[in-house]
Design a protein around this ligand. Structure first.
Ligand code: A5A
Ligand code: MG
Ligand code: ZN
Length: 487
């Protein structure tokens, strides 16, 4: 056996350690991908708090760049408020605190002193921000006010904690808060926010449903809540964002008023909306495969991995060609990494598939004989490309990559949204997909549906009409509602 064929054999098969649990075993797969692709280290000794590896952090930052761009382009300004909230402020809004009280971490000592007033670690920042809105807003000319911040928030979650999904320290909580002169403007803001979030999720390839949450699942203190959910591979939906119309509730509590055009003092109308690093969990869960991550081009920290196939005698020539390809891609603003580590080619292939690089370029002596490089898609399709045409070919792949990823995932979600006309039928769907059922919209009937179906009523789907009978009580179905098992 020649040296070359021996190495090739190794590179194709790879050692046994280079494998993941199949994606079908989603929970094991997810944990193993987070660990081996270096997204999160879960060994930090506080429950529900995890460490971002640099690779995961860069992925997160790129995802959040998309989100921030959408907010900025619609007139939201970034600000930052303190982590600690005085107890009296936190306790002011009765409905809000009734729900959050069980989840709050407290600071009640500083050094050796007991604090006169305990300070809460923000579980979310309404009660930190609105006392400042009170000072900032004087007149109708100060409205609308639209700010957002990306901060860590703390929630003492008692359900099973999971990295990126259910955290006690949410490290990347993006919360937007707005104030308006009228109810109509606040409603229009809810629509704008739904649009910004929809475009954001599409830009990271994550398909979603939008539902109006039932009254018992709305944000505490809100008039109503819309939520974005995606479907994870284990058949559970994950709430990946929410948009709330707060009406005048918080404005009344925090005395946030403005002088209108007739010189009258009025309460502002408010909205807020939030997204956490669950959106990164969604990117990972929705697109990954048995070989690891499949990252959208828009957010992949490494879009193209260049792997030299080295043999004694041609090393210099091969490295030169690799460096040239790297440089030309880099000049075009493509995030390229030349993997010149000492690992075997097979190990490098595994690494870049695991890390979700959309394209791998292999260059070896055989490719150079015909002045070509081998371009391998993340799905494993191989094409020989003339060296001088590599940049163009990569750009062609880039231009259609994310659209295809999203369409594939969206079609999959569409398949899993299954209409059911009976309780029996819906039972067979909940737990593996999303049951779409006629619902009268009554709270009592909805709660009983949740019990009978052993799932959560996500609420009325925004893009579907109710028709026929409510599957719970047989009266007219006012809405088409989604029911699923949730994270
Ligand atoms: N102030 C508003 C925006 C708010 O706090 N809304 S929220 O409670 O619904 O949170 C916004 C989003 O954060 C949720 O839709 C969910 O996607 C995410 N989230 C909530 N709790 C979380 C947790 N413990 N870990 C990770 N993400 C969480
Ligand atoms: Mg909660
Ligand atoms: Zn009913």
């Amino acid at each position: 056996m020649s040296e070359e064929s021996l190495l090739t054999t190794v590179s194709i098969e790879g050692p046994l350690s280079m494998s993941l649990p199949p994606k079908e075993e989603f929970s094991e797969w997810y944990n193993e991908v987070l660990r081996t692709a270096e997204i999160m280290d879960v060994r930090y000794p506080v429950k529900g708090m995890y460490v971002w590896h640099p690779f995961g952090f860069e992925l997160k930052d790129r995802v959040y760049d998309e989100l921030k761009a959408g907010l900025r382009s619609t007139g939201h300004d970034e600000a930052m408020f303190p982590l600690l909230i005085p107890r009296t402020e936190l306790m002011k809004e009765g409905e809000h605190i009734a729900d959050f009280e069980k989840e709050v971490f407290w600071v009640d000592r500083a050094g050796v002193d007991e604090l006169e007033e305990p300070l809460a670690l923000r579980p979310t920042s309404e009660t930190a921000i609105y006392p400042m809105f009170r000072l900032w807003i004087r007149s109708h000319t100060d409205l609308p006010l639209k700010v957002f911040q990306v901060v860590n928030t703390f929630r003492y979650e008692t359900e099973h904690t999971r990295p990126l999904i259910r955290l006690r320290e949410i490290t990347s909580f993006k919360e937007a808060h707005t104030a308006h002169a009228s109810a109509g403007e606040a409603e229009a803001q809810v629509d704008e926010a739904l649009g910004v979030y929809g475009e954001f999720f599409e830009s990271i390839g994550v398909p979603f449903t939008v539902t109006r949450r039932p009254s018992w699942d709305k944000f505490p203190g809100a008039e109503y809540t819309y939520a974005f959910d995606t479907l994870m591979p284990n058949g559970r939906t994950l709430q990946i964002g929410t948009v709330h119309n707060l009406g005048e509730n918080f404005a009344e509590t925090f005395d946030v008023t403005f002088e209108d055009e007739d010189g009258e003092q009025r309460h502002v109308h408010q909205t807020c909306y939030g997204i956490s690093e669950r959106c990164v969990a969604a990117v990972i869960g929705v697109h990954g495969d048995d070989n690891g991550l499949r990252l959208p081009w828009s957010v992949a920290p490494v879009q193209v991995a260049v792997v030299p196939i080295l043999f004694a005698g041609s090393e210099e020539e091969v490295m030169e060609a690799c460096l040239d390809v790297e440089e030309r891609l880099d000049e075009e603003g493509i995030r390229v990494e030349l993997d010149d580590s000492d690992d075997r080619p097979g190990e490098k292939f595994f690494r870049w598939e695991l890390r979700g690089a959309p394209v791998r370029i292999e260059i070896g002596p055989r490719d150079l004989e015909s002045d070509c490089a081998k371009l391998v898609s993340r799905e494993g399709e191989e094409t020989a490309v003339p060296l001088e045409g590599v940049v163009e070919r990569v750009q062609a792949v880039a231009s259609e990559y994310d659209g295809r990823l999203f369409d594939e995932a969206a079609a999959n979600l569409e398949d899993e949204l299954v209409k059911a006309d009976t309780i029996e039928g819906a039972r067979g769907i909940v737990g593996r997909g999303v049951a779409v059922v006629g619902w009268c919209g009554e709270d009592g009937c909805g709660k009983s549906l949740e019990e009978q179906l052993n799932g959560d009523l996500l609420g009325a789907l925004s893009d579907r009409e109710g028709s026929g009978e409510c599957i719970g009580c047989g009266s007219g179905a006012r809405v088409a509602a989604a029911v699923a098992r949730t994270y």
